[in-house]
Design a protein around this ligand. Structure first.
Ligand SMILES: Cc1ncc(COP(=O)(O)O)c(C=O)c1O
Length: 314
């Protein structure tokens, strides 16, 4: 069993551990200096297939390895072992609904700032919780431009999915909430649109989807690449990756966030400027529907993106 933020089990260092026993030491580098990397992944339940599908497992593992490489951290498990761990945990928690799960690799105890991976031990855990769609994905969200800037590549690279980057995310999120908004949009150091605290950004202008390039201080989002592919190949909508100015947010026809956790999240106003007619736009809605259809196993061509958890036959 698992609820929003508690579960009976956690996968830790190769085995299932009861929730209360899943602890790490206060002196670990993860606790002292947020020295960890992670992935935020989803699995989708199909009532029709009686199956839970992990979405783009291989892509998440690849990005986890890229984060590890940048941080010079070695992951003490092979991809197949991690995948088996995800499946073991999700099966044990008997999910039959939408799941969000998070593999975390962290520096444990050792010399602070040890530069050689072998000088400091690394460990892994995986948390999994039920996570239904957020209500705002159907009605849209009011956003704003944050006064905080996104971490820059030469300081604390956003390309690296490190826990420490989410300090920046927290500052921006809390500020936006205090000001009565939903999720904010962060500009980068150059003043161009980067991303949200936990998702990427896309807009539609005159029938073309526009999204910042991966050099705009963003996480190289798996949902972003997925949607670019779906727009081009399935919906026959052109997509451009280019820098976005702040004022383009105020005159765009449609705007939305995308990410594994936040899925396809329409934005209906930015800084109190209505986006388009102030309602969820048609190209946002279309890609959202297609994305969910694929994630739930309804589109044969894209089953290659899914990893079944229970192994039920079709
Ligand atoms: C800062 C940030 N940007 C973008 C994303 C979207 O990435 P993905 O689509 O791979 O989940 C996330 C979520 O994981 C994120 O935390």
């Amino acid at each position: 069993m698992a609820s929003a933020n508690k579960a009976d089990y956690v996968w830790m260092d190769g085995k299932l551990v009861p929730w209360d026993a899943a602890t790490i030491h206060v002196s670990s580098e993860a606790v002292l200096r947020a020295a960890s990397i992670f992935e935020g992944m989803r699995a989708y339940w199909s009532d029709k297939d009686k199956e839970l599908y992990i979405f783009k497992n291989a892509e998440h593992l690849k990005r986890l390895r890229q984060s590890a490489k940048i941080l010079r951290l070695s992951i003490p498990f092979r991809d197949e072992e991690l995948t088996a761990g995800f499946i073991e945990l999700l099966r044990k928690l008997e999910f039959k609904d939408g799941v969000h799960f998070r593999p975390v690799v962290y520096f444990d105890e050792g010399e602070p700032y040890a530069w050689k991976p072998e000088d400091i031990s690394t460990r892994v855990f995986v948390l999994a919780f039920s996570r239904p769609h957020e209500a705002s994905i159907s009605k849209g969200m009011r956003s704003c431009v944050s006064t905080w800037r996104r971490n820059s590549d030469n300081a604390s690279p956003s390309r690296l999915k490190a826990a420490a980057n989410y300090h920046n995310s927290r500052l921006a999120t809390v500020e936006a909430k205090l000001n009565g908004f939903g999720t904010p949009i962060l500009l980068n150091d150059r003043g161009k649109v980067a991303e949200s605290p936990g998702s990427c950004f896309m807009m539609v202008r005159d029938g073309t989807v526009v999204t910042p390039p991966v050099t705009s201080d963003i996480l190289e989002s798996i949902t972003r690449s997925t949607l670019i592919e779906l727009y081009r190949d399935e919906l026959k909508v052109p997509v451009i990756e280019r820098e976005i100015d702040r004022t383009e947010l105020y005159i765009a026809d449609e705007t939305f966030f995308c990410g594994s956790g936040h899925e396809v999240q329409p934005i209906i106003s930015v800084d109190h400027y209505p986006v388009g007619d102030g309602k969820v736009g048609p190209l946002t809605r279309k890609v959202q529907e297609l994305y969910f259809d694929i994630a739930k196993g309804n589109v044969a061509k894209y089953r290659k993106w899914l990893t079944p958890v229970y192994g039920n036959k079709r």
